[in-house]
Every structure is written in C-alpha cells, then in structure tokens.
Design a binder for this molecule. Structure first.
Ligand code: AKB
Length: 314
C-alpha cells in the first residue's frame, strides 16, 4: 500500500457505479481502507470496506453520515447519465443537482474541506465549437443531465468565490474501462462493444458509424481525478470544471481497431435517439488549461486502449 495513512475521512457517493467502483479502490489504496466511507443506493456486489446505504436526495441521512464519520472530503459521483436522464427529467434534476446543492450547504455547515464534482462533456451543446472545444464557452446543454451538471459547475464557482470551499471538478468524456459497466449514457457503446465482440463476435451500435466523440480510458480518468485532487491548492486555478481529453474516435474506427485483434468481429448500426444527443456534444476537447495547471496528460491512445481492454476481458 502506498497509503498516506492519515485520519482524514473521505465519503464517496455512487460508489458502486462505473467510475465509483474503480475510483474508490484508488482512494482506499491511497488513504487506507478505514478512511474511505463508500455509499450507494444499493449494496455493492463484493466486499469493499466500509459501506453505508445512501440515497443522495435524502439530506438528513447525508448529514448524519458526514457528522458521524467527521467527513473532510467528498467525491459526489451519484448521478443519472444523459440517455436515462431524458426518460425522467425531474428525478434526474433532483439526483444530479438538488442533492449537490444540499451537499454544498452541509459541507459549509459541517466543515467538509474538499469536494470532487464530476462534470461532463454533456455541459456543452449545439452552440459549442465541436472540434477542440475550448475550456471557456457559453454552456447551452441539450440534455437534463447536461443542464444539471452545468448548474453544478456554476455553484462550484459560487461556493469557491463566496466561501473559498476547495471544490475541484473534471468534465469527463466517455469513460472506457474493463473493470465496470456504464449505465444509461450516450457513450456506453464504447464499453458494450468489447463485451459483445468477445462473447458474441458482433455488436449492434446505437450510434451511426461516423459519430465522433471524445473518450478516455478508465486508468487515465482515475489518474486525472487523483492528480487534480492532490494538486497544490494554488495550482488549481479554476473550480467549476476542467476540460480533459483522452482520445477521440468514431464507432467505425473503434470497430476497425477491434478487428485487428478479433478479425471475425462484425459491427452493424441501428442509430436511435442517443445519436441526437451525441450530435450536440464535442468531437474533441481542448484541455490545455488542465495541462498547464496540474500537468494533465492522457496515456492511452486507441491502440493501447483496445489491446488493454481485449486482454483484460478475454
Ligand atoms: C454519458 O454518456 O452520459 C456520460 C457522459 C459523457 O457524461 N458517459
């Protein structure tokens, strides 16, 4: 263990999710198993250390957990993603945004010192330049998920300006990992395709062949999060949400790279409403500010990502 074994207690919401399950392992490794309190709405599939049930819209339970464990740092990962969010806008708003505003208020009141807020490329919209999308552009998101995250970003800045609360945030692209499955997003195809390629030899993609989206390998996403959260405070020059870029590709390009490992793999296309969401999102991201402020750099390109995924899932 490379643990800095302090008694600084960390709470993670959405700890069973695609990112939560991998990030919580990295946090346990760094801070020690006794210092990470995992929470989610349902029980984890396997033993992960200290677990508590938490529905994030239940503010009283959140208060009780922060008080009981004297929490000093929170990773608020619980969220409903873009495609599922459109099916139930109000619930999505409450889970993604109202819970966060309550968490910010509780943090001030109860002395939480540091917060990680996962934002997303879904904060951008049809009016945003789609290539090398700049850090600072007007945000006009097309989904409730994007609206809830853009609103979270405004409050990040407000809480920093008004109260100097140490809030740090990343606008994640689609995340691809072998450790966990995504659920309810527009970029999920880029994980599902590997599972189907290996188990069935074929995949029917809900985006058309030429839909280019920014993505990132899970290890890079976790590394970015850990690096940002441990960067010296004076280096973190913006608090609402850093752009980061891993790589970008289309379904056809991803399928072609998979075929280099699995030559019989076949992809077919049946675009659905998720293609309309993807059409409003960036194709690639300008992450120069993250590079300048905390030395961000992605490690995985398409070739490395595909061979690592196939190696782990085969
Ligand atoms: C989604 O597709 O909704 C997410 C995201 C890009 O935030 N993966």
């Amino acid at each position: 263990m490379t643990a800095s074994m302090d008694n600084h207690k960390i709470l993670i919401t959405g700890a069973n999710g695609q990112v939560g399950s991998v990030l919580s392992a990295a946090l346990r490794e760094k801070h020690g198993i006794d210092n990470v309190i995992h929470t989610d709405i349902s029980a984890p599939e396997s033993e992960i250390g200290h677990f508590e049930f938490l529905n994030v819209i239940d503010t009283d339970s959140m208060r009780e957990l922060i008080e009981t464990y004297e929490i000093k740092e929170i990773y608020h990962l619980a969220a409903i993603l873009s495609a599922n969010g459109e099916r139930n806008p109000r619930v999505t708003w409450n889970v993604n945004f109202t819970s966060y505003l309550n968490l910010l208020e509780l943090s001030l009141e109860l002395g939480v010192q540091k917060i990680f807020f996962p934002s997303t490329i879904a904060v951008f919209g049809p009016t945003t330049p789609r290539e090398h999308t700049p850090q600072d552009v007007p945000l006009l998101p097309s989904t409730v998920y994007g609206m809830s995250k853009a609103s979270g970003e405004y409050w990040n800045q407000y809480y920093y300006d008004q109260y100097r609360l140490d809030i740090r945030s990343i606008r994640y692209p689609g995340i691809i990992g072998h450790q966990s499955m995504p659920g309810g997003g527009t970029t999920d195809y880029a994980v599902e395709i590997f599972h189907d390629a290996i188990s069935k030899g074929s995949y029917e993609c809900y985006l058309g062949p030429d839909v280019r989206l920014p993505m990132i390998f899970m290890d890079d996403a976790i590394q970015a999060t850990m690096e940002l959260m441990s960067a010296p405070r004076e280096n973190v020059r913006l608090h609402y949400g850093y752009n980061i870029h891993g790589l970008d590709f289309t379904p056809a390009e991803l399928a072609h790279e998979i075929q280099k490992h699995l030559p019989d793999f076949k992809i077919t296309y049946a675009p659905d409403e998720r293609e309309n969401i993807a059409a409003t999102w960036p194709m690639s991201i300008d992450d120069s500010q993250a590079r300048a402020d905390w030395d961000w750099q992605a490690r995985y390109d398409l070739e490395a990502l595909v061979s690592t995924m196939i190696h782990h899932l085969s």
